[in-house]
Ligand binder design. Structure first.
Ligand SMILES: NC(=O)C1=CN([C@@H]2O[C@H](COP(=O)(O)OP(=O)(O)OC[C@H]3O[C@@H](n4cnc5c(N)ncnc54)[C@H](O)[C@@H]3O)[C@@H](O)[C@H]2O)C=CC1
Ligand SMILES: O=C(CO)COP(=O)(O)O
Length: 373
């Protein structure tokens, strides 16, 4: 049995290493045995497990109900999510963490952010030290104001290698094999590259990055902008309003990102502006749909009561405003982040979507470029 780390050091220490050899390696299967375990049996866990199962890696998804595990194992369908999608027959499902976590080469995490800490504490004893974890969840925990990187380190340990996948990647399109491009960020670039090699195929392209905070900020903020975009649509506003809103929303993402040390190219990239476009303009977004219903006049309670899927932006919006107040210095932060603060006020019932729009249109006049003095 060859260890992943041994192979990595041999592969990447070679002085004869060239771009074309990297290209060759990027398309070959990894030269060590791989087993993937996916935690989180929602839409995105299903999508990520489909990618690795269709590449031929033994993949097991950990779900919470036996009925769901049975349906995936026997019919290759999920009884509630994407019911018309047939998952690869090689994808296995289990409700028992002991069946899939201890011997996994890589573990993928796709549990919604607000449930992640409790879930991770319940399975941490099954996860050996050193097993890398790739997270696909996007948002900020309301109780701690932490991103997934913080939650993972606090529950599964600081020393473990972590990576973060983000970008415009609707679960349904991934399952249908429609072309998708994402980024995987990790402080350990070799891990990001290994995961990119592992998951990429003709329809799923993974770019790599070291900018974990940049990728996580994009994933959290874009869902809040999508709520605003949905409201804009629900209020019956036009293309001018939508384009202005999304552009200014990306400006707020950039301002926050730069304050926290993110790279501008990450904010402009797949996990930032790219995912914002996908979520604000794509018909599949739950966050956009949630905002649309608010814009049409439904209440939070009505929408939550009739939703079976998670719109991460709702909790993240409140967390984000508290996070900004805690981490950003300055006077009148609400004027620096009017869309992010406005959405949080609407979700908390302090403003209607129409009031929020009026508030933004009547703001004091500002320069467009906040990095210009
Ligand atoms: N669905 C998508 O297209 C994409 C989702 N994501 C992210 O992936 C993460 C997971 O989202 P989805 O799979 O879409 O969610 P989902 O709404 O499809 O499924 C919810 C999941 O949460 C689990 N869950 C509910 N209550 C729980 C609890 N108390 N404890 C533990 N688990 C619980 C359910 O079993 C299910 O696995 C989110 O952070 C989302 O932003 C990222 C990219 C695309
Ligand atoms: O993150 C996503 C696509 O990249 C999914 O967005 P929604 O959670 O709004 O559906």
């Amino acid at each position: 049995f060859v260890q992943r780390s041994d192979l990595i050091s041999t592969r990447f220490s070679s002085t004869a290493f060239t771009r074309s050899s990297l290209q060759m390696q990027a398309n070959s299967p990894p030269p060590y045995p791989v087993r993937i375990a996916v935690m989180g049996g929602g839409n995105f866990g299903l999508a990520l497990s489909s990618i690795s199962a269709r590449k031929g890696f033994p993949t097991t998804i950990l779900v919470r109900e036996q009925e769901i595990a049975d349906s995936i194992n026997t019919n290759h369908t999920h009884p509630r999510y994407m019911r018309d999608v047939k998952f690869p027959p090689t994808l296995r499902a289990t409700t028992n963490p002991q069946d899939c976590l201890p011997d996994a080469t890589y573990i993928v995490h796709a549990v919604p952010v607000q449930y992640s800490r409790k879930f991770l504490n319940s399975v941490k004893d099954y996860i050996p030290p050193g097993t890398p974890v790739l997270s696909g969840s996007k948002g900020i925990e309301t109780s701690s104001l932490g991103f997934m990187a913080d939650i993972l380190k606090e529950t599964l340990g600081e020393e473990r290698p972590y990576a973060f996948l983000s970008g415009p990647s609707f679960a349904r399109e991934i399952c249908e094999g429609v072309a998708t491009a994402v980024v995987i960020a990790s402080e350990d670039l070799l891990l990001a590259r290994d995961l990119a090699t592992l998951l990429s195929d003709g329809n799923f392209r993974v770019f790599t990055s070291r900018d974990v905070i940049g990728v996580e900020i994009g994933g959290a903020v874009k869902n809040v902008i999508a709520l605003a975009a949905g409201m804009c649509e629900g209020l019956g506003l036009g293309t001018n309003a939508m384009s202005g809103l999304v552009t200014r929303g990306c400006g707020e993402m950039r301002r926050l990102g730069l304050t926290l040390g993110a790279r501008p190219s990450t904010i402009a990239g797949l996990s930032g502006v790219g995912d914002t476009f996908g979520t604000c303009f794509g018909p599949l977004s739950r966050n956009r749909q949630f905002g649309y219903r608010l814009g049409k006049g439904e209440t939070m309670e009505e929408i939550l009561a009739s939703s079976s899927e998670v719109a991460e932006g709702v909790d993240t919006s409140i967390a984000l405003v508290n996070f900004i107040k805690q981490n950003c210095k300055g006077y009148r932060l609400d004027l620096k982040y009017p869309i992010l603060f406005g959405v949080a006020d609407i979700l908390q019932g302090k403003l209607t979507p129409l009031d929020g729009l009026k508030g933004i249109m009547n703001m004091p006049f500002l320069m467009e470029n906040f990095d210009e003095r």
